[in-house]
Design a protein around this ligand. Sequence first.
Ligand code: NAI
Ligand code: ISE
Length: 335
Amino acid sequence: MALKIGVIGTGAIGIEHIRRLNSKLVGSKVVAVTDINLEGAQRVADQYGDIVVHQNFQDVVSDPSVDALVVTSWGPAHEEQVLAAIKAGKPVFVEKPMATTAAGAKNIVDAEMAFGKKLVQVGFMRRYDAGYKMLKNVIDSGKIGQPLVLHCAHRNPTVPTAYVTSMAINDTAIHEIDCLHWLINDEWASAQVIMPRQTSHTHDKLKDPQILILTTQTGIRVVLEIFVNCQYGYDIQCEVVGETGIAKLPEPMSIQMRSEEKLSNTILNDWKVRFIDSYDVELQDWIDSTLKGEVNGPTAWDGYLACVTSDACVKAQESGAIEPITTVTRPNFYN
Ligand code: NAI
Ligand code: ISE
């Protein structure tokens, strides 16, 4: 039986996910789409021939032929769309961030608990990434002792002009905010954001680069450089310094070349390619668990926890101070 899916948002990642759901993965079929840019949605639907284009997201949610939703619209639209899916009792995969504030994310958690069954999975695909999983195995094995310091970087070649300072946190660093505390089995305690000398490739609404310093409840320190106009490529770095050794996220596989008096490796330049396998594994897991009536991946609670931290980081961007991160207690519903 194929899971019949309605997709809300047919931009960059919407197009990618529709392609994998229809042509690559097993057990899914996109049957309906929408976007505020209806022409864009129609163009995507025309590529497949048997996808209905609805005028708005409410019509996708209530379409009786849609079993489950994939929300790939802009972050600020996610909360309302996920809440509509929960109200209709339909499973929903929502791209990160689940909401742009902790208050918005809490509304989703409350609605899901009131419904009485988990329906939401959040698109934190790095938890499915083979490299991060290998790194986690090393840390959990104790081979480098207790983690003490993490040196990380999240670099994009460029971003669209609509991308502003707060998005360095709630659109970009949100990946590290989620996956690093999972990686080191700890919870966040405080955040500070330092603005170093700015690149000439940014504009007045975007501070770039930024240095985010996160401290965990046991005192592990994460130094994360967020640099979204780095020009040279899409580059994700993560090095964990432990008591007895260091473990580093593997580089994506690439051919080493000796040519024209140079020894070189290619650096990727797009998240679509860098994490292509992780997106595939993540969505296949979502399809399989949804068909069984379960949520196996990152839950609405994980989405909420990430938003609690991202709120503190956005506050730290503005204050320049070390901001505490509120401790929230996981309800039994999410255990
Ligand atoms: P995009 O700007 O290319 O596409 C977003 C689409 O949503 C646009 O077509 C826009 O017209 C549509 N949209 C906006 N508001 C809407 C609404 N209220 N109802 C219906 N459609 C609406 O952006 P992109 O890169 O595709 O990002 C979409 C989401 O996916 C974002 O939340 C982003 O953070 C996330 N994302 C996640 C990635 C990951 O690595 N997991 C990678 C890229 C994006
Ligand atoms: C984008 O939305 C993503 O999620 C990418 O993975 C990230 O690298 C980029 O900074 C975000 O804008």
